[in-house]
Each structure stands twice: as structure tokens, then as C-alpha cells.
Design a protein around this ligand. Structure first.
Ligand SMILES: Nc1nc2c(ncn2[C@@H]2O[C@H](COP(=O)(O)OP(=O)(O)O)[C@@H](O)[C@H]2O)c(=O)[nH]1
Ligand SMILES: [Mg+2]
Length: 187
């Protein structure tokens, strides 16, 4: 039977959420950009205020529904609704931000409830614009937090790179489902 995955794309403003969804999607992405009233935090003319939506088929009729969730805390309620339905999350972190490691920690904390049930991969973007902090710093921070997560260096504009990351996420989703089925079988 064809399966359907709901995948959230989260991360701070400017991390590449909309770009990644557009790079992956087979349908024209439903964009909900609006004038950015928070120029102090990020010098972007527009920003996502509701959600971005895209779709990608995986073969065998399986389909992924991609939702870009807003980066600003004031849209918290929407994150809560969507995370209940999602199987996995791609968390994008802008390597060029002031403190990307704190961003990583903050977003992981924010999506704590997603943890056990759902799969999560981290994508570090904008590494073409500067290599600091290095990838090891992300691994070190995750280690300190006791989290075992794959971390990818990705350019959100590069469809092949984003697809590779999505593939890893789907594999994690399936591994978790198999582990749950096994736990159910032995219980
Ligand atoms: N150079 C570079 N630009 C990127 C990368 N990822 C995203 N961008 C650009 O960053 C800008 C903001 O991306 P956007 O998708 O709007 O971020 P969002 O706020 O998370 O939805 C866009 O102009 C993207 O083309 C990257 O890895 N490298
Ligand atoms: Mg966006």
C-alpha cells in the first residue's frame, strides 16, 4: 500500500526552508511569504508567516508532504498542530548566523515532544559562505545534549543534496517503525 509521510522543515529565518522545499517539490510550492517586519533579526524582504507546502513522490506511489514551519516563536501554535501529524523533521541551521550552535540547541529543545516517536535530521546550510563553525562543532554540541542525529552539510538550493538528506530521514522513519513493530510483537 502506498505510504504517505509528513515531513516538517524547520529552522530559523533565512536557514533555507522555503528554498529546500522548492528544490524538492514536484508541484508548484504553495508559498506564504509576507513582508518581513522583523528586519532587526534578519535582513530579508519577505519571510514565511504561515507555511510553505510541497510534495515529492518516492516511487511505488509513496509520497512525502513537506511543510515549512515558520521560524518565529510567535507562530508557536502552528508548530504544535503540525508536529502531532509529522513523522519526521529536517531541521535547517544557518551556519552564517550569529550563534548557529545555540540555534540548534534551541530548536531541538522546542521540538522535544517530537523526539522519540519521530525521526530528525539536521542540515547545516550556507557553509559555502564560510566554514565556521565547523561540522565537528555541531556533533560536539549534539553529543553534549545526548542526541544521536545525522548532520548534513547542505546547500538548500541544491536539489540533490536536499534529496539525500530527505532519503536519510525516510530511512530513519522506517527504522523506527520497524523497531516499534518489533517491540509490539515481543510485548
Ligand atoms: N549561499 C547560500 N544561500 C542559501 C543557502 N541556503 C539557502 N540560501 C539562500 O538563503 C535565502 C533565504 O532562504 P529561504 O529559503 O527564504 O529561508 P527560510 O526563511 O528558512 O525560508 C535564499 O535567498 C536562499 O537562496 C546555502 O546553503 N547557501
Ligand atoms: Mg521561508
Amino acid at each position: 500500500m502506498p505510504r504517505e509521510y509528513i515531513v516538517l522543515v524547520a529552522g530559523p529565518m533565512g536557514a533555507g526552508k522555503t528554498t529546500a522545499i522548492a528544490a524538492l517539490s514536484e508541484i508548484p510550492v504553495v508559498l506564504t511569504e509576507a513582508v518581513n517586519t522583523d528586519q532587526a533579526r534578519h535582513a530579508k524582504a519577505t519571510t514565511t508567516v504561515a507555511l510553505d507546502y510541497g510534495e515529492i513522490s518516492l516511487g511505488d506511489g509513496d509520497k512525502v508532504r513537506l511543510y515549512g514551519v515558520p521560524g518565529q516563536d510567535r507562530f508557536d501554535f502552528m508548530w504544535r498542530i503540525l508536529e502531532k501529524r509529522s513523522l519526521g523533521m529536517m531541521l535547517l541551521i544557518d551556519n552564517g548566523a550569529t550563534d548557529p550552535l545555540s540555534d540548534l540547541e534551541r530548536y531541538l529543545h522546542h521540538f522535544d515532544t517530537l523526539g522519540a516517536r519521530s525521526a530528525l535530521v539536521v542540515g547545516v546550510t550556507r557553509r559555502d559562505q564560510g566554514g565556521t563553525p565547523p561540522m565537528e562543532a555541531y556533533h560536539a554540541r549534539l553529543g553534549r545534549l545526548g542526541r544521536v542525529l545525522p548532520v548534513f552539510s547542505v546547500d538548500a538550493r541544491n536539489a540533490a543534496q536536499v534529496r539525500t538528506m530527505l532519503g536519510a530521514l525516510i530511512a530513519m522513519v522506517e527504522a523506527k517503525a520497524a523497531a516499534r513493530a518489533h517491540a509490539g510483537a515481543v510485548a
